[in-house]
Design a protein around this ligand. Structure first.
Ligand code: ZN
Length: 168
């Protein structure tokens, strides 16, 4: 009888040890995907933002966060392969209170000016219009704290290609 209990105890101990060994192995930190940074690089005075547009008429970010007073360097890349005539992309940051649909309507008619309405006062900053494989980098001062809209002003794109530019 005593022997049986002892054997059971030993078996239990062995199992416990085995489990410990297992959990130690499982506990080893696994390589994790790089956490999504709010922006590529950020300091108190400057921030770099990378944004991409693809052949499916989509931006890869629908929210960009920066801090008031930062100098923003924004690189827009067209990650697709379609030409600028059929799948052009730009980044247009609109002033607060701009009617996005009305602006897009005006922009549509401004093909000769890279889809930026001439003389508009609704734009804080914008890139060139890009075709597949191209990129453009612009630098501008973050506007005052608030939430702003950004769009691609190529005809018909703003319905999908838009996001919030949040200045904290
Ligand atoms: Zn576009």
């Amino acid at each position: 009888m005593k022997n049986t209990i002892l054997i059971v105890l030993i078996a239990a101990l062995a199992t416990a040890c085995g489990n410990n060994a297992d959990s130690t192995t499982e506990g080893t930190p696994t390589e994790q995907a790089t956490p999504q940074a709010p922006a590529a690089e950020s300091s108190s005075t400057a921030v770099t933002v990378e944004l991409a547009g693809n052949d499916q008429m989509q931006f890869d970010k629908n929210e960009i966060r920066v801090k008031a007073g930062q100098k923003v360097t924004l690189k827009l890349t067209h990650s697709g392969s379609m030409g600028v005539e059929v799948m052009g992309h730009n980044f247009v940051l609109l002033k607060a209170g701009t009617d996005m649909a009305a602006f897009a309507q005006e922009a549509m008619a401004a093909k000769d000016n890279a889809y930026i309405p001439a003389g508009t006062d609704a734009v804080i900053a914008h890139t060139k219009i890009l075709g597949g494989g191209e990129s453009d980098t612009i630098t501008f001062d973050a506007p005052s704290a608030g939430t702003y809209d950004y769009i691609c002003s190529f005809p018909g794109h703003y319905a999908l290609m838009k996001g919030k530019f949040i200045v904290e």
